[in-house]
Design a binder for this molecule. Structure first.
Ligand code: HXC
Length: 257
């Protein structure tokens, strides 16, 4: 039997999904993206899962979309592949998703990391959108998200030159949550995932949505969403438990309802 494209490991309420095409630096082919979304759907439905980590290996998170699978494809075929339907689902999963990035996160790999809610990066990680070197450009949100993270001036330069940038620069512009020594990436991601996993899940989901509203809509639209999301928290048992636990000077126990 061939190796799975995604290796799943459960660690309590945290699921770790590892991209598993090491011979091509985890190049993202259609089958892998299909499998990734399938795994996320299953984890979404699993009540015991509170947070998900997406990772690669020490050499590559992912070195981009699979060039061999794209080479020679016509415009019509590319359009009809409709591959971005799957990509667009990734930030829509409601559970917090952390990218643990070591090595290359290039092209689609950088876009995949940026589609996650949080990024923990190795100090040796290499980010970039080198598609211009292939006569192409980002398609899974690279141009949009890079501009929003680092501003037009720097994003434009990286997109037009295809040059890569360091984890430290990604951190300084707010693209990356934390930069850590290479060997600590997964450990740090798990620590963060566990911390989030013990918070109230419905509130976590609503916070995620509110943050994306801030990025994607005018302020007042985001504000209106945020207010309603705040009210929604008061319809959960977890909100009553959280406040009661505070008053009783004990740790809350959140159930996700
Ligand atoms: C297919 C890839 C690949 C990719 C690496 N490989 N990246 N195969 N698609 N994106 C393969 C190589 O062909 C090689 O296979 C093996 O992985 C190891 O790669 P090397 O190049 O030998 O490694 P190294 O010299 O260390 O160079 C690493 C690298 C380089 C700098 C990351 O591999 C590279 O430039 N890769 C392409 C990066 C890129 O352009 N990404 C953007 C793709 S377009 P063999 O068989 O020779 O051992 C894109 C569009 C996104 O992502 C749009 C949304 C879907």
């Amino acid at each position: 039997m061939s190796e799975p494209l995604i290796v799943k490991k459960m660690e309590g309420p945290v699921a770790v999904l590892q991209l598993n095409r090491p011979h091509v630096l985890n190049a993202l082919n259609l089958a892998l993206m299909d499998e990734l979304v399938e795994q996320l759907k299953q984890l979404q439905a699993d009540q015991d899962v509170r947070c998900i980590i997406l990772t690669g290996n020490h050499k590559a998170f992912a070195a981009g979309a699979d060039i061999d699978e794209m080479a020679g494809v016509s415009l019509a075929e590319m359009k009809m592949r409709n591959q971005f339907m799957l990509w667009d689902l990734i930030p829509r999963f409601t559970k917090p998703l952390i990218a643990a990035v070591q090595g290359y996160a290039l092209g689609g790999g950088c876009e995949l990391a940026m589609s996650c809610d949080l990024i923990i990066a190795s100090e040796k990680a290499v980010f970039g959108q080198p598609e211009i070197n292939l006569g192409a450009m980002p398609g899974a949100g690279g141009a949009q998200r890079l501009v929003k993270a680092m501003g037009k001036a720097r994003a434009m330069a990286y997109l037009l030159t295809g040059r890569s940038f360091t984890a430290q620069e990604a951190y300084e512009c707010g693209l990356v949550t934390k930069v850590v020594p290479d060997e600590l990436v997964l450990e740090e991601a798990k620590k963060l995932a566990l911390e989030i996993a013990h918070k109230a899940p419905v509130a976590a989901t609503l916070i995620k949505e509110a943050v994306y509203k801030a990025l994607d809509t005018p302020t007042q639209v985001g504000m209106d969403f945020e207010r309603n999301a705040f009210y929604m928290c008061f319809g959960t048992e977890d909100c009553r438990e959280g406040m009661k636990a505070f008053q009783e000077k004990r740790k809350p126990s959140f159930k996700g309802r």
